[in-house]
Design a protein around this ligand. Structure first.
Ligand code: PEP
Ligand code: MN
Length: 358
């Protein structure tokens, strides 16, 4: 099985004791799960939506992280959002960083972090002669909105600065009222899947804590991520989650982390056997039929287009589309399909049909 990455620790560094004790609780968990390379996370600077929320202890927390790193040997990771964060953390001895969702969305900030890293690399690395491993990792979260170009753009900025050890982190998307899931952030799995198509060599982790937003839902998201063969997990762990200064609702105790890890499905990447090959063949045949039917539907749409043009009728007849959609939603519910898939497919077919008629 391919080595996976686990990034665990509290949302925020809250005190020296909390940082050091949590790391000590995580160390044996890391040792008991060698299928993961484990990193220890804790945010010193917390980018919070509200200015009245806890903003993190900032630079004051950095020595606590170093203490935890020295005491346990776990590699520490912290969030950096601007060059002064990166410099403070780097100069203290931290080599692994994550860029948060709100920062990924800002090309100026990402570029300034990339430039700072490049400068650091050209001075300290070359002078000290550190190897690639010691250069550490850059974890980059998806931007708040499901905009894959923004995510890839940020990754490109880091790569262009010569940073090679990049890992993407899928933490879900803020969709406001359009979020039809029970989660804090909609997973929109198609986005990390598309990123994997565009960047096949880039490891992509899932952050089920920030997707779920509630500790009782973290495990099911983590499970889905493993079934989708993501490259690892970032999970928030706190010794007393209810008392956490940020993200109290979603953090797990170290004991709950053990239960979650032990319940994860074991995914292997063996060659498909006869049974799977047979099932896939059936899928391919059904797809052939679906596409042949779509073609036939479009031919009829073109005919309708000619009919409407000859009689000066409008191409878009909203009532007709809405009645089709309504009927299909009722049908979907009866047949165990979600109305979301009906809406998405019907919208796509309708758009293509309008195109034909125009
Ligand atoms: C975090 O990891 O604690 C965090 C602030 O995450 P995000 O940027 O995904 O909101
Ligand atoms: Mn958090």
């Amino acid at each position: 099985m391919k080595q996976k990455i686990l990034l665990v620790g509290p949302c925020a560094a809250e005190s020296e004791q909390q940082v050091v004790d949590t790391a000590a609780a995580i160390l044996p968990i890391a040792a008991a799960h060698p299928q993961f390379t484990t990193y220890y996370r804790a945010g010193a600077w917390k980018p919070r939506t509200s200015p009245t929320s806890f903003q993190g202890f900032g630079e004051q927390a950095i020595p606590w992280l170093i203490k935890a790193q020295t005491a346990t040997g776990l590699n520490v990771v912290t969030e950096v959002a601007e060059p002064k964060h990166l410099l403070a953390a780097y100069n203290a001895g931290i080599r692994n960083f994550w860029i948060g969702a709100r920062t990924t969305a800002n090309p100026f900030l990402v570029q300034s972090l990339a430039d700072t890293m490049k400068e650091l690399a050209s001075t300290s690395y070359i002078q000290i002669g550190l190897g690639d491993i010691e250069k550490g990792m850059f974890f980059i979260k998806n931007p708040i909105s499901p905009d894959i170009d923004l995510w890839e753009g940020a990754i490109r900025r880091l790569r262009d600065a010569g940073i090679n050890n990049i890992v993407a982190v899928h933490r879900g998307f803020s969709l406001g009222e359009r979020n039809a899931t029970a989660y804090r952030n909609a997973p929109c799995w198609s986005v990390p899947i598309e990123l994997r198509q565009h960047c096949p060599d880039l490891p992509i982790l899932c952050d089920p804590s920030h997707i779920a937003g509630r500790r009782d839902l973290v495990e099911e998201v983590a499970r889905e991520a493993m079934l989708l063969d993501m490259d690892g997990l970032m999970i928030e762990v706190h010794p007393h989650p209810e008392e956490a200064l940020s993200d109290a609702a979603q953090q797990l105790t170290p004991e709950a982390l053990i239960r979650l890890l032990d319940a994860l499905p074991k995914v292997t990447s063996s060659e498909p056997d006869q049974e799977l090959t047979g099932l896939r063949r059936q899928i391919d045949e059904i797809d052939d039929e679906i596409w042949a039917l779509i073609c036939r539907r479009m031919e009829i749409c073109s005919e309708i287009g000619r009919y409407k043009a000859a009689r000066h009728l409008p191409v878009l007849q909203q009532n007709r589309f809405e009645s089709l959609l309504k009927r299909r939603r009722i049908w979907a519910r009866k047949n165990g399909l979600s109305t979301e898939i009906v809406d998405r497919i019907m919208q796509a077919i309708h758009e293509e049909s309008l195109g034909k008629q125009l």
